[in-house]
Design a binder for this molecule. Structure first.
Ligand code: SF4
Ligand code: SF4
Length: 154
C-alpha cells in the first residue's frame, strides 16, 4: 500500500518523459511557486520602501524592484498540476504523454521503442530525455527520485 502511495506521489512529479514537473516554475505545488508566494508575503508593501531606498540608501538596484515583483507575482500563480493531469504548458510540441498512454507505459524507458524519434522534442530536450530514462532504467524510479528530488531543474 505504502509503495503505491509513494509511486503515485512520484508519478505526479515525474512526467512520462522523465522531466521533473515538481521543480518546474509552472507546477502548483512546486518549490518555485511556493517559495515565491512566501517571499511575496514576507515582502509585504516593499514597493513603497524600494522607491525610498533608491535615494535614501543610494542603491539604484531598488529601482528595479517593480520588475522583480512582476516576476515574483508570475511565479507565485503557477497553475499546472503536472504532465499526467494536463497538457504541458511549456512544450507544446510534446507527443510523449499521449504516446505513453497509448503504449500503456508509466515512463518511456519501459517502452520497447525507447529511445524513439517521435517525442516532438528539440535536440536539447531529446538528449535530456534519453539520459534521464537510461538512468531511471538503471536504478529504478524510487531511487532515481531520491537522487534528483532536490536538484534544480534549470
Ligand atoms: S506538465 Fe509541463 S508545465 Fe506542467 S509542471 Fe510539467 S513541465 Fe511544467
Ligand atoms: S514510443 Fe517513444 S514517446 Fe512513445 S512511449 Fe515509447 S519511448 Fe515514449
Amino acid at each position: 500500500m505504502m509503495e503505491n502511495v509513494e509511486r503515485e506521489f512520484i508519478k505526479k512529479r515525474i512526467a512520462p518523459c522523465g522531466l521533473h514537473c515538481g521543480k518546474c516554475f509552472a507546477f502548483t505545488e512546486g518549490d518555485i511557486s511556493c517559495h515565491s508566494t512566501e517571499l511575496k508575503k514576507s515582502l509585504g508593501n516593499f514597493e513603497v520602501y524600494a522607491q525610498r531606498f533608491v535615494g535614501m540608501l543610494d542603491e539604484p538596484v531598488f529601482a528595479k524592484y517593480p520588475d522583480f515583483k512582476e516576476m515574483l507575482d508570475y511565479f507565485s500563480v503557477a497553475s499546472c498540476q503536472g504532465c499526467r493531469k494536463e497538457k504541458c504548458k511549456l512544450f507544446k510540441t510534446c507527443n510523449v504523454r499521449a504516446c505513453s498512454e497509448e503504449k500503456e507505459v508509466e515512463f518511456c524507458f519501459q517502452c520497447s521503442q525507447f529511445p524513439c524519434e517521435h517525442t516532438g522534442f528539440d535536440e536539447h530536450l531529446y538528449k535530456r530525455f534519453v539520459t534521464i530514462n537510461k538512468r531511471m532504467r538503471e536504478i529504478g524510479i524510487e531511487k532515481y527520485y531520491e537522487e534528483i528530488k532536490d536538484v534544480p531543474r534549470y
